[in-house]
Structure formats: structure tokens, C-alpha cells
Design a protein around this ligand. Structure first.
Ligand code: NAD
Ligand code: MG
Length: 390
């Protein structure tokens, strides 16, 4: 089998490290082109040297001397900053993992598609803020996008060989996050430490907090709407605390196809890495008799207003997703820096959506990269002002 050229964006994060774990098991099958990170220079350099990457890139310009020092004596090039990230994404590769967190992942993802690479997309923010643009860019370059979110990989797999016209509904499951059973009146006082502990999944801090607030599921509903091109009213969220069934697809003959597996992202990453084939993966095999039962409940939109906001975004269309994502990222920064209470995050996103729609006029601008980045910038400023005024 010929070696495949792979790049990993966000290589030092949770998804990035799980991707490297899989690559490390069969190093002879891959030529690593680019690995990128942000602050964790030691990890980035260590992996780049071991995997013999062409180039290692940090997002932070000021860390270039540190990266150079860490790579001294190796053949790996060192680079830093946004331009270097974009350049690295444009280097020819067959398969690119997009696992930067936040809207910062949008431009590298587009550059990878522009050069025709298969894009393994963990960076859900790029679908939320610019779904139409990402899908159009893939189409123009005859490039594939493979979902790397457990729910979306599950849906993708349940749809193999099926006709979309027969799909009635798509159900994505949610663990309910850290506060699923908390009394409502205690949510406002949830601490950063409490919100950063997920009951089932080991993930980066931002997505873990987004799971507790359900903003993660809200983004995943939009991601489903964009990627699978199904209408908002065909998408349902189901709370399933065990996190073993990741999604279900309901067909017009009443059948539902469920995807079952342990909560381990190496399954979704490995599926995207080996697609359209399946290969043996190092994930736990479930013993259903031992597990005994799965439970389900309907989501409570009062507890989790993020789910209602996702529906408003889909109904509004245009660049509403870019506003939503930027406001959410700013509100999350606010919670992490102790400027906001946990429950105020949804309030900030709600108000930013209303204000941007009322005053900006930009929500109906064409979805180009420049317009998305402009709206992203304005929405962050608006959200920041709302936080200051609270
Ligand atoms: P993480 O915080 O663990 O890692 C983020 C990566 O992005 C790191 O390599 C970091 O250096 C890099 N990064 C951060 N800010 C950057 C910036 N401004 N510019 C360039 N690089 C930057 O996050 P994660 O949990 O691995 O999540 C990555 C993406 O995958 C997110 O979009 C998340 O929603 C999605 N995702 C994650 C999981 C999971 O299990 N962790 C599951 C589904 C989807
Ligand atoms: Mg998910």
C-alpha cells in the first residue's frame, strides 16, 4: 500500500493526540506533512521529530524561537503565526485532520480543501459559522469531508448505502454533561472546575464546558443540518447518560439505525482515517450483557437554552451561525476568566444574536470567508460589550 501524506491541525489537543496515537501504531503507512499547535511547544516538537514531519507550526508568533530550539538538530522546519498555518494547510496532503478548537480552524480547513485533501473535520465550529462555504469549497475541489464528531460519524455510518429521501429524522444523543442532574437553582453558581469535568468523555476543556451548557449539542444540531442537509425539524436531541449510542437515523419504513460504541474518539477518527474501508481499531469492545441497560430522556430546553438558540439560528439562516459561534466563544472565555456566571453564557449569546441582527445588517451578507470573519469580529466585540454591561 502506498504511503499517505497526512497533516494534523491542532495536533497537541485531545483529538490531535488521539489521531497521533492511531498514526503511531502504523508509522510505515504515513508521511506526515504538517503538525500544528499553539502553546504546547514541547509536545508539538516531540511528535514532529518522532513522526518526521516536514513542518511544525505554532499559532503564536512569539513562540517561534522556542519551537526552533525544541526542533534543533532535526530536519523538521519550524514556523509560526496565521500565515504559516495557512501555508502549512496548503501543502499537498491526502488527508488532513482539522482539530483546532474554535473559528480559528476555518481558514486552514478551507486551504486543505482547496488543495483537494480529504478533510477529517473535528472542528465543528467551521460548519457552524460557515457551513455553506466549507461544503461549496469541497465540491469545487472534488474533495471529501468526513465528520469526526462521534454523533456525525455515527450518522454517516448509519447512512452508508441508504437513500437520503428515505430519511425521516436524525436523532443525536447527549450525555447531559456535568450538570444533567443538578437542581436548576444551583446552575448559576457552577464553578469552572465543576464544568470542566465530563462524566463520560475525556476531551479538551472548551468542548467539555460546552457539553455541560449543551452549547456543544446546539452546535452539533447545526452541524447535522449543514452537513447532512436535513431540515431543522428533522433533527432531534435525546439525552442518553451512558454515551454508548451516539446517534440514530429514522427511516420512512419505521426502522431506526443506531450506532453503538464506547465513548472513545479514536473510533470516529479511525473511521475517517481508513474510510471507505474499516480497519482494526484499539477501542474497547462493549459487553452489552454486562452493561444491562441504556436509558433515555427528553432534553429540557429550560435547563439548556442553547438548544432553543440553535433552532433560532437555523430558522434565521444567513450568517446567524457565525454570530452564534463567535458569541459562544466569547461567552465561554468570559466564563473561563470568571467574568460570567455559567448560566449567563446563554444570555450573552441570545443578546448578541438579537443585537447583531437588529443593527448590523451583515447577517444577510453573502457567505464568503471575508464576510464570515468580519461578522465573527463584530459579534465578538458585541458579545464583549454585553459582558461588560451585565
Ligand atoms: P483541545 O483544546 O484539546 O485542542 C485544541 C487544539 O487547537 C490544540 O492543538 C491547540 O494548540 C490548538 N489551538 C487552540 N487555539 C488555537 C488557535 N487560535 N489557532 C490555532 N490553533 C489553536 O480541543 P479538542 O477537544 O481536541 O477539540 C478540537 C476540535 O474538535 C474542537 O472543534 C472540538 O469541538 C472538536 N471535537 C472534539 C472532541 C473531543 O473528544 N475532544 C469530540 C468531537 C469534536
Ligand atoms: Mg460530539
Amino acid at each position: 500500500m502506498s504511503r499517505r501524506r497526512v497533516s494534523i491541525f491542532g495536533a497537541t489537543g485531545s483529538i490531535g493526540q488521539n489521531t497521533i496515537d492511531l498514526i503511531d501504531r502504523n508509522p510505515d503507512q504515513y508521511d506526515v506533512v504538517a503538525l500544528t499547535g499553539a502553546s504546547n511547544i514541547t509536545q508539538l516538537a516531540k511528535d514532529a521529530v518522532r513522526l518526521k514531519a516536514q513542518v511544525a507550526v505554532t499559532a503564536h508568533d512569539h513562540l517561534l524561537p522556542d519551537l526552533r530550539a525544541a526542533l534543533a538538530g532535526s530536519d523538521v522546519e519550524a514556523a509560526a503565526g496565521q500565515v504559516a498555518l495557512a501555508e502549512a494547510a496548503s501543502r499537498p496532503a491526502d488527508w488532513v485532520m482539522s482539530a483546532i478548537v474554535g473559528a480559528a480552524g476555518l481558514r486552514p480547513g478551507l486551504n486543505a480543501l482547496d488543495q483537494g485533501a480529504t478533510l477529517a473535520l473535528a472542528n465543528k465550529e467551521s460548519l457552524v459559522c460557515a457551513g455553506g462555504l466549507i461544503l461549496q469549497t469541497a465540491k469545487e475541489n472534488n474533495a471529501d469531508i468526513l465528520p469526526v464528531d462521534s454523533e456525525h460519524s455515527a450518522i454517516f455510518q448509519a447512512l452508508v448505502g441508504e437513500d437520503m429521501a428515505a430519511v425521516e429524522r436524525i436523532i443525536i444523543t447527549a450525555s447531559g454533561g456535568a450538570f444533567r442532574d443538578w437542581p436548576m437553582d444551583e446552575l448559576a453558581n457552577a464553578t469552572l472546575e465543576q464544568a470542566s469535568a465530563h462524566p463520560n468523555w475525556a476531551m479538551g476543556q472548551r468542548i467539555t464546558i460546552d457539553s455541560a451548557s449543551m452549547f456543544n449539542k446546539a452546535m452539533e444540531v447545526i452541524e447535522t443540518h449543514e452537513y447532512f442537509d436535513v431540515s431543522a425539524d428533522q433533527i432531534e436531541v435525546l439525552v442518553h447518560p451512558e454515551s454508548m449510542i451516539h446517534a440514530l437515523v429514522g427511516f420512512n419504513d419505521g426502522a431506526m439505525m443506531a450506532h453503538v460504541g464506547p465513548p472513545d474518539m479514536r473510533h470516529a477518527i479511525g473511521y475517517a482515517l481508513h474510510w471507505p474501508n474499516r480497519q482494526k481499531l484499539p477501542v474497547e469492545r462493549l459487553d452489552l450483557a454486562k452493561i444491562g441497560s441504556f436509558t433515555f430522556r427528553a432534553p429540557d430546553e429550560v435547563r439548556w437554552p442553547a438548544l432553543r438558540l440553535a433552532r433560532e439560528v437555523m430558522a434565521r439562516g444567513g450568517l446567524a451561525g457565525a454570530i452564534f459561534n463567535a458569541a459562544k466563544e466569547t461567552a465561554l472565555d468570559g466564563f473561563i476568566s470568571d467574568a460570567l456566571k455559567f448560566t449567563q453564557m446563554a444570555q450573552v449569546v441570545d443578546q448578541t444574536l438579537s443585537q447583531m441582527d437588529a443593527v448590523g445588517g451583515h447577517i444577510d451578507d453573502t457567505m464568503t470567508l471575508d464576510n464570515v470573519l468580519h461578522v465573527d469580529h463584530l459579534s465578538r466585540k458585541t458579545a464583549q460589550q454585553i459582558i461588560t454591561d451585565l
